[in-house]
Write a protein that binds this ligand. Structure first.
Ligand SMILES: [Zn+2]
Length: 199
């Protein structure tokens, strides 16, 4: 997970997020079979398209916020609610709760734990929480003595919930890490798993 800096939210979202979230919360409260749908914008688009574009351009440089897959379009891209909209309906349009995310990380679904690490937390740094095991391609919890139980628990939860070692991810990471080692630092942005080169 690469450290990210979140850009300012667009004015149209600041002006509307409360209203849209309140409408969703009301619908949800009624029960029944209300399907979630992002609010429309520009008549033909929906706001998730616009928000995803702003965050891919301005925050993740076309990568998944959590696993750093690149280009994210090859895996399918969704706009993830960090705190799920089913349990936190009033955060459904809150800028800091929205992250562009690949389809694999999206499998997290409605699961949420307060232990999960936000990649755009100003205090977050990959190596504070994790280590990279080059032989296996796995991301592991940083168990160094100076790490608190809480730091370790947060790293463990983040690896588990986003499935960072699931599927063929360790194998892919191994392959791309070898390419990164030979790459020009100016080109790291064009690779997945850029965080491995952040020292
Ligand atoms: Zn991902």
């Amino acid at each position: 997970m690469k450290k990210q800096i979140r850009p300012a939210q667009p004015q149209w979202l600041a002006d509307n997020y409360k209203k849209w979230a309140t409408a969703w919360a009301k619908l949800q409260k009624k029960g029944g079979t209300f399907q979630w749908a992002w609010h429309p914008i520009h008549k033909v688009e929906r706001v998730n398209k616009e928000i995803t574009k702003i965050l891919l351009d301005g925050m993740t440089q076309g990568h998944c916020s959590f696993c750093d897959a690149f280009p994210i379009e090859t895996t399918g891209v969704t706009l993830e609610h960090f705190k799920p909209k089913s349990k936190y309906p009033l955060l459904a349009y809150t800028w800091n709760n929205l992250y562009p995310c690949c389809n694999k990380c999206q499998e997290k679904g409605d699961f949420y734990s307060w232990l999960l690490i936000n990649p755009d937390n100003p205090r977050y740094d990959f190596w504070d929480y994790f280590i990279y095991e080059a032989s296996s391609g796995m991301i592991l919890v940083n168990e160094a003595e100076d790490k608190s139980h809480l730091d370790r628990a947060r790293a463990f939860a983040t690896i588990k919930i986003y499935g960072l070692n699931d599927h063929s991810r360790p194998e892919m990471r191994k392959r791309i890490y070898k390419q990164l080692l030979k790459a020009d630092p100016a080109d790291y942005k064009d690779y997945a798993y850029r965080f491995l080169m952040d020292f």
